[in-house]
Design a binder for this molecule. Sequence first.
Ligand code: ATP
Ligand code: MG
Length: 143
Amino acid sequence: MGTEKSLSIIKPEAVEHRLIGEIVRRLEGTGLRIVAAKLLHLDLEKARAFYAVHRERPFYSSLTEYIASGPIFVSVLEGENAISKNREMMGATDPSKAAEGTIRCQWGTDVEKNAVHGSDAPETAAWEISFFFQPEEIHGIHK
Ligand code: ATP
Ligand code: MG
């Protein structure tokens, strides 16, 4: 508990639908602070590396092709319980099962194109943040 960091990704279909502003507003509304951010277009190799944890899953090639299909907005959120606050605001993986008022309920397309990604634990957050950002690109209080 206490101050944490979480990696957030606004996925290609949400960027394409011009939802960066709406989603950032929702995330900032939780009280979390954006301490790093960039727009990136991953190549397939980098997408496969990011989702390597899912390489045995049946949706791995579809997921990695999707995440490499267009620009994504990658940011680091910092604050009290950043990981659970981010995931609560995201909602369930499948938008059709996500609670009312969550980002995925409102803007997710389907279980794959579900608008956002958020780290699920402190260890994965640390790995994911270092995957996209150099320490000097992160402007938080807690390094
Ligand atoms: P994320 O890791 O993106 O924050 P999550 O933790 O809710 O989401 P995971 O189970 O880690 O979900 O799956 C990672 C991503 O893989 C999902 O966000 C979604 O894009 C995709 N995915 C998950 N389950 C399926 C599925 N059954 N079919 C297609 N894609 C899926
Ligand atoms: Mg996950």
